[in-house]
Design a protein. Sequence first.
Length: 322
Amino acid sequence: MRSLLPDSPSVAVIGAGAVGAFYGSMLQRYGLPVAYMSATMAKTKYLEVRSPWANYTLPVQCFASSQQMEPADIVIVSIKALPDLDPFALVRPVLKKNGILLLLQNGINQEERYAAHFRRSALRPVILGGLAFTCINRISAKRIDHIDYGMVKIGALHAEQNPLALQVTELFQSAGIQSEFVPKLRRARYEKLLWNAAYNTLSVLLQADTDPIVSNAQTADLSLRIMREIQAVAAAENIKLSNATLRDMLDRTKRMRPYKTSMLLDYEAGRPMEIDIILGEPIRMARKRKIEVPHLQMAHDLLQFYDRRSAIRRETHSKKKS
Ligand SMILES: NC(=O)C1=CN([C@@H]2O[C@H](COP(=O)(O)OP(=O)(O)OC[C@H]3O[C@@H](n4cnc5c(N)ncnc54)[C@H](OP(=O)(O)O)[C@@H]3O)[C@@H](O)[C@H]2O)C=CC1
Ligand SMILES: CC(C)(CO)C(=O)C(=O)O
């Protein structure tokens, strides 16, 4: 098939946290020109990566603001999906006309939000979604630890863009990243949401990694009840997630090494959690369709309480420092 991508596409990573810096650096190591936006890493000249795939150190071009960066062929968005963060202002300066926007984030409805935002813009990006099944930590402004897993599933928001999503997947594979093309992105988003809604949530509420949650009969069953509510929301848009799929999520989690979810890592570090994009969005969809989602609602409200408490601690801490 004719390549829909330039020979050596340039890449801009918006949000060089754990995920953005790791996958960006793998693409750079493969030979692509990559620039990174990160306030934390603005002064970083060399990035050290530890990974079961390879250990390496690379010179990196980091910018505190995307306004200092050149437009790129592929823009990877890997900032946290938080409600009070305007991502469009960060992304716009690095977008080329009809360029590729790849959202490497958790949650649901993100691609649709970007499409709505750019609908009337002359930039008209092609919107792709990437689901990262991985465990990565940014240890410092200079060091990324990829601990386990690593698969990225890539698909397009609109099916007619699937050939491009496939070529981006192949580019990731060529760069040594485990990657898989998904022809139905929305379905894949829902499947990942099953896991995130259940285990990210419970990991924070129970202060536990996945192992004790799935080993305990009550909390394992609770995780299934949470997943059933996501299943009902998906069914309302004709996406059928079978009971066997839910059961399989639980069984696979039982077989996984004990895993600390990204939400638990955020909570422990006192950072804001992605509650809205993982629970708030499905709750709003359920409300519109008159579907009862009591578990999602309760988990959402409890997590909001924790999140607010962390925010107050952050405010108090920064007042003390100034
Ligand atoms: N880490 C993991 O293993 C996994 C993560 N994910 C998902 O990937 C996405 C990225 O997560 P991850 O890399 O872990 O997150 P990190 O916390 O490591 O990085 C988040 C990035 O977002 C940026 N950011 C946060 N707040 C703002 C703000 N207000 N303005 C501008 N930039 C901001 C940070 O900036 P700065 O660089 O300046 O700190 C950083 O670059 C999330 O949606 C997460 O759920 C999914 C699966 C696994
Ligand atoms: C599915 C998983 C565990 C990534 O591998 C995740 O999305 C997270 O930790 O938030």
